[in-house]
Design a protein around this ligand. Structure first.
Ligand code: ZN
Ligand code: ZN
Length: 281
């Protein structure tokens, strides 16, 4: 573990203090932990710290309840790792874009965010913000490549496949299947991935489904080729509930029957660290 307590701007603060300015230094991570092996630390719902080739990638952070007034954690999240190299954000729902959680994250992280959320992300203090649209491919995001793929949800969303020279991971936010995701999964050249993180709660709004169901998740996993030995898949976006039964008049969230998931499709608990199938124990 390496400690990364850093206070930037100390010389500037000293200078500022000497001239009576009240600007505060920007404090970065006070959390000392860095994971020293590859795998996924499951924080809760769609929030995961994915360690790939030593790069720490955080997805869609959510801590605060309620989210968008409607959702709250059904299972409390684990402590949020905030010493992060890359931050991937899919869409603005508060269970994926929680301003209070984002405020905790190291502002030196490279943030990949859809174009319509760029200004909001910069306003939070992040300096290296890569505004993307579906179809983009970024070749150096903290040493990783990132493919940006069109999602389908009740608001605009993108999802991501990212990786290094050895392994690639797909993060599915909370989307339905889309032709673009299928095309990425099945491309003859550069298709598939080594590990997929997929929602499967069949969430619906006003009677229209907005998130894939278990069958669709299993089909997507098969298309990506992660149902094979040495690869794998993880359930995401299923640890919430409605804040009030009244909301069930417009929102339908079906708890995932995890007993339907095959052995290669895992559902870790918040706080659990999951080694990749190819990782040495
Ligand atoms: Zn959403
Ligand atoms: Zn969501």
């Amino acid at each position: 573990m390496r400690r990364r307590d850093v206070v930037l701007g100390l010389p500037a603060l000293g200078l500022a203090a000497s001239v009576g300015c009240a600007h505060e230094a920007v404090k970065y991570s006070t959390r000392p932990e860095r994971f020293d092996r590859d795998g996924i630390f499951h924080v809760g719902n769609s929030t995961h710290l994915i360690v790939l080739g030593g790069v720490h990638v955080l997805t869609d952070p959510w801590l605060k309840d309620p989210a968008d007034k409607i959702l709250q954690h059904r299972i409390p999240p684990a402590a949020l790792p905030i010493d992060v190299d890359v931050l991937l954000l899919t869409h603005e729902h508060e269970d994926h874009f929680d301003v209070e959680a984002l405020a905790l994250v190291d502002k030196r992280a490279v943030v990949v965010v859809p174009t319509w959320l760029e200004a909001r992300t910069r306003a939070l203090g992040f300096q290296d913000v890569r505004a993307v649209k579906a179809g983009d491919r970024l070749n150096d995001v903290g040493g990783l490549s990132v493919d940006v793929v069109r999602a389908r949800h009740d608001v605009d969303e993108v999802v991501y496949r990212f990786g290094d020279d050895h392994r690639r991971i797909f993060f599915g936010g909370d989307t339905l299947p889309t032709p673009e995701i299928t095309a990425l999964a099945t491309a003859v050249d550069q298709g598939g991935c080594d590990f997929a993180i997929l929602p499967a709660d069949a969430g619906a709004l006003m009677g229209t489904r907005r998130v894939m169901n278990v069958d669709e998740a299993l089909a997507m996993a098969t298309a990506f080729g992660v149902d094979q030995e040495g690869k794998g898949c993880m359930l995401t976006h299923h640890e919430f509930e409605l804040t009030s039964a009244v909301w069930s008049l417009i929102v339908d969230v079906k708890p995932v029957d995890v007993s339907r998931l095959p052995s290669w499709f895992t559902a870790p608990a918040p706080g659990q660290f999951l080694s990749f199938p190819w990782s040495s124990p």
